[in-house]
Structure formats: structure tokens, C-alpha cells
Design a protein around this ligand. Structure first.
Ligand code: GA4
Length: 330
């Protein structure tokens, strides 16, 4: 039997402290119940590729119930959690992210966001109380998918393009290749000894899909990169959702919306739990700029590709790679 050794702390990326405790106050906050949310959403996608939504309509109890189920799972003995691994592509993962050598101070569960798919292994993923955990995941994903679709429809409206479901239909498609991720960043007490440096929980990257919807508990750690390349800390808010523009939405808008680079830093005292829905298109979907968004004479910045091709190439990459770079026209 091959026993894989766990990476030691020295193998993790350490970065110089970047005033991680001072929060950035410029993150757009979009109130979905307000009539002008469509134009504000477009502006936020252009300027940051990132924003927070409030009055989102997702019941609080779906968020808290799933958080407590997730914590129950992550509190299981290590050998029990490992039964639900490795994440190939779905299952439990610990410290290793992807297949190409990335590591982070994190453990996680990767699940398909297509509720019909329950394999033998997915059942073991749901730990000691599979039915309860499974229904908490399903309720949460259904509500969050609906909210993500509302955001995408408001975006189409703000961009003045038709049909209004031009983006959202990709997430609603039965074949939609969407993923769900539960992350647990345990506190890292040794961090205090690293004086002035930070330990990476999840290394910098962009999300390959169309849109990601993130909810975390009240522990900080998430950072986004601004247009000038500087990193800022996002104030946590357990009652709201953060929306992340993915590479595919960048391509569909021919670069008008930017997929945002983001990362998570480990915390020395508190554990961070986050849950992210990654809304992706069907595998066969051609990802290209929407004709209705192109100005006269405007050319696509990207070569033609399907989501399947993009995903395959993404899974061969390292987290921090510029994945869209391979698909840009010279
Ligand atoms: C980033 C977004 C999602 O978390 C994810 C990640 C995936 C993984 O954890 O297996 C990837 C990463 C993500 C992008 C590049 C590849 C694939 C790890 C990695 C190094 C589930 C996804 O779809 O792409």
C-alpha cells in the first residue's frame, strides 16, 4: 500500500503580511430588491468582477443548517473523512488542491451540483447522517442556483441584451456542469511564530466557470486582487453572498467583465468555513462572446472553445496560472 505523506508547513506558500487585518471598504454591495440593481451589477462586474449581494432571498436557515452539517463532517476523525476521498473529481480533499502540486491550509469536500447524481461514493461523502447532510446540500444549492440565475438575468438586463436568460439558461440546463465546494480552513496556531507572514489557505486563482456564489462564516481570509494588482481583504459577512465573475463570463462578454483573482489566507485563531456554488455550462457548450454584445467591427479576443476543452485545459494547470491566456488570440 502506498502511504502519501502530508505536506509539512514549510511546503506551504508563505506571503509577506499585506495589512490583512485592514478591510477594504470599496466592495460593491448590491441590494437585489432595488430597481437599479441591474446597472449596479454591470458596473461591479466591469470594475471588480466581484461584489456582495444583500436581500438575496436565500433563507438564512439553509445557510446555517449547511454550515453546521459541514462542521459536523469536518469534525469526524481523519480516517473517516478520508473514506470520502480522494476528490477525483468529487470527494474529500486535504491540503492538496487539484492534481498539479498546489497545496493549501485547507480541507474540503467537492460535490457535483447536479442533485440527481448520487453515486455510492457520494453517499459515503455525506458522513454519518447521509440523508440530513444530503438534503441540507440540496436545499442550499437549489436556492443559491435560483439566486445566481436572478443575478445573471439582471446582468443581461443591465447589458440590454436578449433573451434575458442568455446566461442563466446555462446554469438551469439539466446538463449544466456545476460544482459545489465546502471548505474548512482550520486555525493554524503556528502562524503566530511566522511573524509578519501569512499562510496560504487557498492560493490565488480565477474561477473557470461562469459565476461563483460564495458564503462564509464570520472568519476573515478572503482577498481579491484589484485592477492595479494589489490585494485587499474582504470583510466577511455570514448573512450575504459574494459573487465572483468566472473566466467563462469574461469570454462571453469579450473581456468587458473581468474574472477576479482571489485567494484565502489562513487564520491563526478561528476556523473558516465557506461554501461555494460554481455555476458552469454544459460540457458541449461553445464559450464565445455574445454577438449581441459586440460593437460593429469588434473581434473576439479569444479562440473558439467548448467548456469541455476549457475545463480539460484548466485541470492540467496550476492554481495561479493564467488559464485564459492559452485561449487568447495573439
Ligand atoms: C478553481 C475553482 C473551483 O474551486 C474548482 C477548482 C479545481 C479543484 O479544486 O480541483 C481546480 C481550480 C478550480 C482551477 C484549476 C485546477 C482545477 C484546481 C486546479 C489546480 C473546483 C474548479 O472548477 O477550478
Amino acid at each position: 500500500m502506498v502511504v502519501l505523506s502530508k505536506p509539512a508547513l514549510e511546503q506551504f506558500s508563505l506571503i509577506r503580511s499585506c495589512k490583512a487585518t485592514s478591510f477594504f471598504s470599496g466592495i460593491p454591495i448590491i441590494d437585489l430588491s432595488k430597481p437599479n440593481s441591474n446597472t449596479l451589477l454591470v458596473k461591479a462586474c466591469e470594475e471588480f468582477g466581484f461584489f456582495k449581494v444583500i436581500n438575496h432571498g436565500v433563507p438564512t436557515q439553509f445557510m446555517t443548517r449547511l454550515e453546521s452539517e459541514a462542521l459536523k463532517f469536518f469534525s469526524l476523525p481523519q480516517f473517516e473523512k478520508e473514506q470520502a476521498g480522494p476528490p477525483d473529481p468529487f470527494g474529500y480533499g486535504n491540503k492538496r488542491i487539484g492534481l498539479n502540486g498546489d497545496v493549501g491550509w485547507i480541507e474540503y469536500l467537492l460535490l457535483t451540483a447536479n442533485s440527481e447524481f448520487i453515486s455510492q461514493k457520494s453517499l459515503s461523502i455525506f458522513g454519518e447522517n447521509p440523508e440530513i447532510f444530503h438534503s441540507a446540500v440540496n436545499d442550499y444549492i437549489s436556492a443559491v442556483r435560483m439566486m445566481a440565475c436572478e443575478v445573471l438575468e439582471l446582468l443581461a438586463d443591465g447589458l440590454e441584451i436578449l433573451p434575458k436568460n442568455v446566461f442563466s439558461k446555462l446554469l438551469m440546463d439539466e446538463e449544466s456542469d456545476s460544482v459545489f465546494r465546502l471548505n474548512h480552513y482550520p486555525p493554524c496556531p503556528d502562524l503566530q511564530a511566522l511573524s509578519g507572514r501569512n499562510l496560504i489557505g487557498f492560493g490565488e486563482h480565477t474561477d473557470p466557470q461562469i459565476i461563483s456564489v460564495l458564503r462564509s462564516n464570520s472568519t476573515s481570509g478572503l482577498q481579491i486582487s484589484l485592477k492595479d494588482g494589489s490585494w485587499v481583504s474582504v470583510p466577511p459577512d455570514q448573512n450575504s453572498f459574494f459573487i465572483i465573475v468566472g473566466d467563462s463570463l469574461q469570454v462571453m462578454t469579450n473581456g468587458r467583465f473581468k474574472s477576479v483573482r482571489h485567494r484565502v489566507l489562513a487564520n491563526s485563531l478561528k476556523s473558516r468555513v465557506s461554501m461555494i456554488y460554481f455555476g458552469g455550462p454544459p460540457l458541449s457548450e461553445r464559450i464565445a462572446p455574445l454577438a449581441s454584445l459586440m460593437e460593429e467591427g469588434e473581434e473576439s479576443l479569444y479562440r473558439e472553445f467548448t467548456w469541455c476543452e476549457y475545463k480539460r485545459s484548466a485541470y492540467k494547470s496550476r492554481l495561479a496560472d493564467n488559464r485564459l491566456g492559452h485561449f487568447e488570440k495573439m
